[in-house]
Design a binder for this molecule. Structure first.
Ligand code: IPE
Ligand code: IPE
Ligand code: MG
Length: 231
């Protein structure tokens, strides 16, 4: 295969944006949008694995999202915990390894506990990985990686050192980023891992993002010519 011609991405990252606007357009509370948004996650993830994607990363809640009203945060955390609980059967059946990226210490105990439980239960799987970013920020991730190396006595670090300390250590880099809702920015999402990612932006709001939309993004990815700095 011509290595310049992209086929199926190994790793796809989704910036699941637009829940609030989806609800506001229906004169509903933002939290209703989060509920609907949580409902499409399973369909999107399943479609990716069905198409042969190895790693799916989901941006569910950023470090910056901590500044949102407590009621909205509580609802999002509750929905994420419920999603994980419901999806846990699938994780085992389909041998999907779960990684949760982010600082889980300030999260409600039921969510943090569910994350830890499902990560431990699926740690032995390697073919498919679901990475959910909760209270995650790329800058915090990279800073923590460097600090952990310093604590070990390193005075100089390599790219491999840093990479090994990221939540995604050992996984392939992100090939394709999909962001919904028309925003064209990364908002501190996996900056290191996305260094050479193709960026796909769609106006579709996350609660309306179904498997057909996943297919559209993957087809678009297939048309990209990845050069990695070469000619
Ligand atoms: C994405 O939807 C979910 C999170 C960031 C937690 P938003 O809540 O950002 O929805 P909009 O962007 O306000 O429409
Ligand atoms: C990015 O969306 C974070 C998630 C999707 C979890 P935001 O809605 O927080 O991003 P900004 O603030 O519009 O950049
Ligand atoms: Mg948003």
């Amino acid at each position: 295969m011509d290595k310049e011609v992209a086929a199926m991405p190994r790793h796809v990252g989704f910036i699941m944006d637009g829940n609030g606007r989806w609800a506001q357009r229906r004169n509903r509370k933002r939290t209703f949008g989060h509920k609907k948004g949580a409902e499409v996650i399973e369909e999107v993830v399943n479609e990716c694995f069905l198409e042969g994607v190895e790693v799916v990363s989901l941006f569910a809640f950023s470090t910056e999202n901590m500044s949102r009203p407590q009621e909205e945060k509580d609802r999002i955390f509750d929905l994420l915990g419920k999603f994980l609980k419901k999806y846990s059967k699938k994780l085992v059946e389909e041998k999907i390894r779960l990684i949760v990226s982010g600082d889980l210490s300030p999260l409600p105990q039921n969510l943090a506990g569910e994350c830890a439980l499902q990560m431990a239960k699926t740690a032995g799987f390697s073919e498919k990985t679901l990475n959910i970013a909760i209270n995650y920020g790329a800058k915090a991730e990279i800073t923590a990686a460097v600090n952990s190396l310093i604590r070990e006595g390193k005075t100089e670090v390599t790219e491999e050192d840093i990479e090994g300390r990221l939540y995604t250590g050992g996984l392939p880099p992100v090939d394709l980023v999909v962001r919904t809702s028309g925003e064209q920015r990364l908002s501190n999402f996996m900056l290191w891992q996305c260094a050479y990612a193709e960026l796909y932006f769609t106006d579709v709001l996350w609660p309306d993002f179904h498997k057909e939309e996943v297919k559209n993004a993957l087809v678009w990815y297939g048309t990209r010519k990845r050069r990695f700095g070469g000619v």
